[in-house]
Design a protein around this ligand. Structure first.
Ligand code: TRP
Length: 468
């Protein structure tokens, strides 16, 4: 087979690929979503299931996405079409790419609103609002913030513009420089926060909450009727843990696939995937270690929901020396982490528009950005105008529904399809020649991709709908 090349360019080195993919993976999912869902679903047991999903589903699917992308060298839609043809199977597999374009669109629409909260908190931190703030005041501040839809809208608009700006410049010019120094800085600040939590928070309770699993509490819902307790299995935490493994690693929609399509041929896929997964997991756990000790020390509610980090971290910044500076830096870095992620949410769609419609990057990025901005209004209103029960379906706001649909359904289905295509419809040789793994490692990976990963995803789905 003659080597394909990407018309969109290539990363200048393996390090840049790893940093860009880690930049996509590490984002609001790690620092905002992981702590708040862990809090909502009761801690340890949820974390353990999440870590299992990362290892048994996330890592193998990450390798699948990179290898498919690097082999196809096009947008996910065209990559799947090309590879399906080459492997002698139906081109209907390109729907994986289409579903990814839709998921990316929907995710960015709410991602941008939350990133907007972080933007607003940069200003709050810098202007000293957090200095000496109490747990109660920090809750009020957050409440005031989300209840004002014009403010949320303004920040959401700004963040969409930032995303369009970088995507329009192209992946290399726009992204490479930013990721090389932002990621290490973010890690450094997280460590400072963990240090603060060790010194001033209730670190023991935080650690116990995160790491001592109580399966009965997390996976069973118990009710006491007439003095008799009856418990039923609840599949939602399980589904959410798996969905989050996909979300936090940016899997199942072609983001990693499109980044893989810009990866130089000689780089090791396995090594890169391991590094990306390790960094992503480390950042999530550090965020948990920074936040929960503060939650318990201040008598706050771990299940506070999407506002959790915005209602806890400012207390720490308000009390520590240099907090004004650290707080500003932290929320700024959170914005950057979200920025390097949001770019990857639109890149598959932009690459396709450029390839198939001959549209300029700027125009492609701007039209997609506008669409996401529009759908994002639903999320902006979910926290104020549409927060009432009249606007909810099954107790879920518009934002909750988008989050559920994408993370818990679309991404796992996409990842499952990629694993099935690779393990069952494409040749073993295709994977062998991209991974270049020695035995027994290749055979182990092959077995996992063919059996463990698909069966794992299916079991979780069946549990969630109550069949198992
Ligand atoms: N992984 C990112 C986070 O944790 C979000 C993200 C970026 C994403 N690109 C993605 C999620 C593609 C799913 C698919 O914040």
């Amino acid at each position: 087979m003659s080597e394909r090349t990407s018309i969109h360019g290539q990363w200048s080195s393996r390090l840049i690929f790893v940093l860009a993919a880690a930049g996509s993976a590490v984002g609001l999912g790690n620092i905002w979503k992981f702590p708040y869902i862990t809090g909502e679903y009761g801690g340890g047991a949820f974390v353990l299931v999440y870590l299992l999903c990362i290892a048994l589903i996330g890592l193998p699917v990450m390798m699948v996405e990179i290898l498919l992308g690097r082999r196809g060298r096009q947008s996910p839609i065209n990559t799947m079409k090309t590879l399906a043809k080459e492997e002698g199977t139906t081109q209907a597999w390109s729907w994986i790419g289409w579903s990814g374009v839709i998921s990316g669109f929907l995710i960015l629409s709410f991602y941008s609103v939350i990133a907007g909260w972080a933007l607003a908190y940069v200003i709050e931190a810098a202007s000293g609002t957090f200095n000496g703030i109490s747990a109660e005041q920090v809750g009020e501040l957050f409440g005031d913030h989300v209840s004002s839809w014009p403010k949320l809208l303004a920040w959401h608009t700004l963040f969409i513009l930032m995303t369009v700006f970088v995507v329009a410049r192209g992946v290399r010019a726009g992204l490479e420089k930013a990721v090389t120094w932002l990621m290490p800085l973010l890690l450094g600040l997280l460590l400072i926060l963990v240090g603060y939590s060790i010194a001033e928070g209730d670190f023991a309770s935080g650690v116990a909450f995160l790491f001592s699993p109580d399966f009965d509490k997390v996976f069973y819902t118990c009710t006491t009727v007439a003095g008799a307790e009856s418990c039923v299995f609840n599949g939602e935490p399980l589904l959410t843990a798996m969905g989050h493994a996909f979300f936090t690693l940016s899997l199942g929609m072609g983001a990693i696939m499109v980044y893989g399509s810009y990866m130089p041929k000689k780089n090791s896929i396995t090594g890169s995937a391991l590094l990306i997964v390790a960094m992503d997991t480390a950042v999530a756990l550090l965020a948990g270690l920074a936040i929960f000790p503060l939650v318990f020390a201040n008598g706050l509610e771990p299940g506070a929901g999407p506002g959790l980090i915005f209602q806890t971290l400012p207390i720490a910044f308000g009390a520590m020396t240099g907090g004004q500076l650290f707080g500003t830096l932290f929320f700024l870095l959170l914005v950057f982490a979200a920025w390097t992620s949001s770019i990857s949410l639109v890149e598959p769609a932009v690459a396709w528009l450029v390839e198939n419609r001959g549209i300029k990057r700027l125009h492609a990025a701007a039209s997609i950005g506008f669409g996401c901005w529009l759908i994002g209004l639903g999320t902006v209103f979910s926290f104020n105008l549409w927060s009432g029960e009249a606007w909810q379906v099954g107790g879920k706001t518009f934002f909750d529904m988008l989050d559920y649909l994408t993370a818990n359904i679309l991404l796992p289905v996409g990842g499952l399809a990629m694993a099935i295509f690779t393990g069952w419809f494409a040749s073993r040789r295709m994977s062998e020649s991209e991974l270049l793994l020695s035995e027994p490692w290749f055979s182990i990976w092959w077995f996992v991709v063919r059996f463990i990963t698909p069966i794992g995803v299916l079991i979780v789905f069946l549990h969630a709908v109550g069949v198992v």
